[in-house]
Write a protein that binds this ligand. Structure first.
Ligand code: HEC
Length: 126
């Protein structure tokens, strides 16, 4: 495991450094909002509060206050019964994200952007 772990740790370290510069971090949710309009809004509503598909603004609340990161990423990637799979969002560059403490996983940038956007529209007060 040694070599792989080291590479991952280095990637996580560089992600940590990148997070210190305000530019890219701030633009991720904005890009996510745009991608959400293009790819998800037709079914989930432009504000994510549901349409022909479920409301996505209480995912965190349904999961006892913690935004269900892995489930949301998996759902985007694999789709559902009546939801198409968005594997093609995985075609762009990836960044390594710490999904759980100490566990990093490569996530496609576009998926990450939508995921961050969804996190910002969670409503705690339902
Ligand atoms: C063609 C319509 C359609 C599109 C486009 C769509 N979804 Fe869905 N989505 C659904 C439906 C319908 C469900 C309900 C369960 C099922 O049928 O799979 C769902 C369920 C979900 C869930 C689970 C909700 C819950 O309450 O557990 C998430 C998360 C989700 N979608 C995210 C997204 C994201 C993010 C996008 C854009 C990348 C997207 N969806 C695009 C139709 C769609």
């Amino acid at each position: 495991m040694g070599r792989r772990t080291t590479a991952l740790t280095m990637m996580l370290a560089s992600l940590g450094l990148a997070a210190c510069s305000p530019g890219p971090e701030r633009s991720v949710p904005a890009r996510g909002a745009m991608l959400f309009q293009q790819t998800c809004a037709a079914c989930h509503g432009s504000d994510g509060r549901g349409g022909s598909a479920p409301d996505l603004t209480h995912l965190a609340m349904d999961a006892r206050g913690t935004f269900p990161s892995i489930e949301v990423l998996a759902r985007m990637h694999d789709g559902g019964d009546a939801m198409p799979a968005f594997r093609d969002l995985a075609l762009g560059p990836t960044v390594v994200v710490e999904i759980e403490e100490g566990i990093g996983t490569p996530v496609p940038e576009d998926m990450l952007a939508i995921w961050r956007h969804l996190e910002t529209i969670q409503r705690p007060d339902l």
